[in-house]
Design a protein around this ligand. Structure first.
Ligand SMILES: [Zn+2]
Ligand SMILES: [Zn+2]
Length: 83
Protein backbone atom coordinates (compact mmCIF):
# COMPACT_ATOMS: atom_id res chain seq x y z
CA UNK A 1 0.00 0.00 0.00
CA UNK A 2 1.24 3.43 -0.91
CA UNK A 3 0.75 6.31 1.45
CA UNK A 4 0.68 9.45 -0.67
CA UNK A 5 1.32 11.70 2.31
CA UNK A 6 4.55 10.00 3.17
CA UNK A 7 6.01 10.82 -0.19
CA UNK A 8 4.84 14.40 -0.34
CA UNK A 9 7.47 17.02 0.18
CA UNK A 10 7.29 20.72 -0.57
CA UNK A 11 9.39 21.64 -3.56
CA UNK A 12 12.31 23.84 -2.69
CA UNK A 13 12.45 26.19 0.23
CA UNK A 14 9.45 27.24 2.28
CA UNK A 15 9.43 30.71 3.76
CA UNK A 16 7.26 31.80 6.63
CA UNK A 17 5.83 35.30 6.62
CA UNK A 18 3.58 37.57 8.51
CA UNK A 19 1.01 39.30 6.32
CA UNK A 20 1.83 42.97 5.96
CA UNK A 21 -1.88 43.82 5.86
CA UNK A 22 -3.58 41.80 8.59
CA UNK A 23 -0.63 40.29 10.46
CA UNK A 24 -1.63 36.66 9.88
CA UNK A 25 1.18 34.15 9.67
CA UNK A 26 1.44 32.13 6.48
CA UNK A 27 3.96 30.21 4.42
CA UNK A 28 5.00 30.52 0.81
CA UNK A 29 7.51 28.86 -1.46
CA UNK A 30 8.50 32.30 -2.71
CA UNK A 31 10.65 34.80 -0.92
CA UNK A 32 8.12 37.61 -1.17
CA UNK A 33 9.14 41.21 -0.83
CA UNK A 34 5.55 42.14 -0.01
CA UNK A 35 4.20 39.39 2.21
CA UNK A 36 0.41 39.09 1.97
CA UNK A 37 -1.78 36.19 3.02
CA UNK A 38 -4.25 34.67 0.55
CA UNK A 39 -7.16 36.61 2.00
CA UNK A 40 -5.49 39.97 1.60
CA UNK A 41 -4.21 39.10 -1.88
CA UNK A 42 -7.79 38.36 -2.94
CA UNK A 43 -8.90 41.66 -1.44
CA UNK A 44 -6.19 43.59 -3.23
CA UNK A 45 -6.78 41.80 -6.51
CA UNK A 46 -10.43 42.79 -6.38
CA UNK A 47 -9.62 46.44 -5.88
CA UNK A 48 -9.32 48.07 -9.27
CA UNK A 49 -8.43 51.32 -7.61
CA UNK A 50 -5.04 49.93 -6.68
CA UNK A 51 -4.08 49.52 -10.34
CA UNK A 52 -2.42 52.26 -12.31
CA UNK A 53 -3.38 51.54 -15.92
CA UNK A 54 -1.10 54.21 -17.32
CA UNK A 55 2.02 52.30 -16.44
CA UNK A 56 3.68 49.20 -17.76
CA UNK A 57 4.99 46.42 -15.54
CA UNK A 58 8.77 46.56 -15.53
CA UNK A 59 8.96 42.79 -15.28
CA UNK A 60 6.37 41.26 -17.59
CA UNK A 61 5.39 44.30 -19.67
CA UNK A 62 1.67 44.09 -18.90
CA UNK A 63 -0.26 47.33 -18.61
CA UNK A 64 -1.49 48.07 -15.12
CA UNK A 65 0.79 48.26 -12.13
CA UNK A 66 0.22 48.76 -8.44
CA UNK A 67 0.03 52.45 -7.60
CA UNK A 68 3.40 53.72 -6.49
CA UNK A 69 5.13 50.57 -7.81
CA UNK A 70 6.55 49.61 -11.15
CA UNK A 71 5.25 46.06 -11.22
CA UNK A 72 1.86 44.43 -11.78
CA UNK A 73 0.12 42.40 -9.09
CA UNK A 74 1.33 39.11 -10.52
CA UNK A 75 4.96 40.07 -10.48
CA UNK A 76 4.84 42.02 -7.26
CA UNK A 77 3.12 39.30 -5.26
CA UNK A 78 4.68 36.40 -7.12
CA UNK A 79 1.44 34.91 -8.43
CA UNK A 80 3.40 33.11 -11.09
CA UNK A 81 3.07 29.35 -10.89
CA UNK A 82 6.05 27.13 -10.37
CA UNK A 83 5.04 24.48 -12.86
ZN1 LIG B 1 -3.56 39.20 5.41
ZN1 LIG C 1 4.15 41.97 -14.26
Amino acid sequence: MINPFKKWKPKGKIYSFRCSQCGDAFISSHNLDAPLCGTCIQKIKSLDSTVDNDKKCSECGNIGVIYGKDRCHSCYFNFKKDN
